[in-house]
Ligand binder design. Structure first.
Ligand SMILES: [Zn+2]
Length: 370
């Protein structure tokens, strides 16, 4: 028997050169905004990759330098006008390419590399070149809609990967999104599609406003292939694991995908300033391991993880390391920050957090019939 292929690790230096410019938090410098830096300007993600390398975990992956997504790749999801606006704004060296989607000279290239990495990872895993893959790229993608950039996202990396996988022969793709925000862009790209199941676990009502309700379940031939799990603020380790075990897993078994993609943001952590959730590195590790095991059952192991949001400068590296360790089949790594988080009462599943799981099991078109 040949050795199973190593997982693939997709990243690119130029992804770190994208920078939304002077600002504070997520708001550009302007009236009342004193310059600090904008979130997701990275040293942070580079430090995350650094920790994975320093820990030795990166040695268990085959590292891949992606190539930029082509126009044909981007047009799988986006309009020509949207692509042109990203390119033109980036060529100016600064400006908003959509709604809160500021760019610099390198952003258009970085965004093509991020989307290209995810598409190429999906194709490589489908072709059996890798067992699994992790794309540690930016800018993130899940808010980008077919015709506009939004909230730091220029191109929808995971949606493009799903379409690239279908182009390469996959007939059914499951996209799970555990970024703390709702992936409105992925949902919109596939709302009418019966071939892509989009499942999002997010903080109820956080962002975008009025997006990601349990009542959004798909349309037309796509009815039942959108599944939103909005958890109340304060949900932690047990609530997230319950969502995976009680909703995501039965939905995946009902859908029978050929490939699983995970929009694996790390901003549902208890140290993240953009969300009000309680997850730890143990949560990320357990969710990643659970999804890899589910892929082993359903898709011959084919699964790709792509980074999305993550805004805690100090905790993001540990969360990325925990995700990488699970993909590599290792136990959860040491977490020097864990002692301040795991004892908190919000880590236990509370009845008001799991009520949405009961509702979905009783009423969602994909789950209610089972
Ligand atoms: Zn997010």
């Amino acid at each position: 028997m040949p050795e199973p292929a190593q997982p693939g690790w997709y990243s690119h230096e130029l992804c770190h050169w994208h920078d939304p410019g002077a600002g504070s938090g997520y708001v550009p410098v302007g009236p009342g905004v004193e310059p600090l830096r904008q979130f997701a300007v990275d040293p942070d993600l580079r430090r995350a990759e650094g920790l994975v390398r320093a820990s030795g975990v990166l040695d268990l992956f085959t590292t891949v330098t992606p190539t930029p997504a082509t126009d044909a790749d981007l047009l799988l999801v986006h309009t020509r006008a949207h692509i042109d606006r990203v390119e033109a704004t980036s060529a100016l060296g600064a400006g908003d390419a959509g709604v809160y989607a500021h760019v610099n000279h390198h952003s258009a290239r970085a965004a093509r590399l991020a989307a290209g990495a995810c598409a190429q990872a999906a194709e490589a895993v489908l072709a059996g070149r890798f067992s699994r893959a992790y794309c540690v790229v930016r800018p993130p993608g899940h808010h980008a809609e077919p015709d506009r950039a939004m909230a730091l996202c220029l191109y929808n990396n995971v949606a493009i990967a799903a379409q690239a996988a279908r182009r390469a022969g996959a007939s059914r793709v499951l996209v799970l999104d555990w970024d703390v925000h709702h992936g409105n862009g992925i949902q919109r790209a596939f709302y009418d599609s019966p071939d892509v199941l989009y499942v999002s676990i997010h903080q109820d009502g956080l962002f975008p406003p009025a997006s990601g309700s349990v009542r959004e379940t798909g349309n037309g031939a796509g009815l039942g292939t959108t599944l939103n799990v909005p958890l109340p603020p304060g949900s932690g380790h047990e609530a997230y694991l319950a969502a995976l075990e009680r909703v995501v897993e039965p939905a995946a078994r009902a859908f029978q995908p050929d490939l699983i993609l995970v929009a694996a943001g790390v901003d549902a952590s208890a140290h993240d300033p953009m969300g009000r959730m309680m997850c730890t590195s143990r949560t990320l590790h357990a969710m990643t391991a659970l999804m890899c095991a589910l892929a082993d059952d359903l898709t011959g192991g084919r699964i790709v993880f792509a980074h999305e949001g993550g805004y805690s400068a100090w905790y993001q590296p540990t969360l990325v390391l925990a995700t990488a360790a699970a993909i590599a089949g290792l136990p959860a790594p040491e977490d020097p920050f864990l002692h301040s988080l795991e004892h908190l009462p919000g880590q236990r599943a509370q009845p008001h957090q799991t009520r949405v799981l009961d509702h979905l099991r009783a009423h969602h078109p994909l789950l209610a019939a089972r």
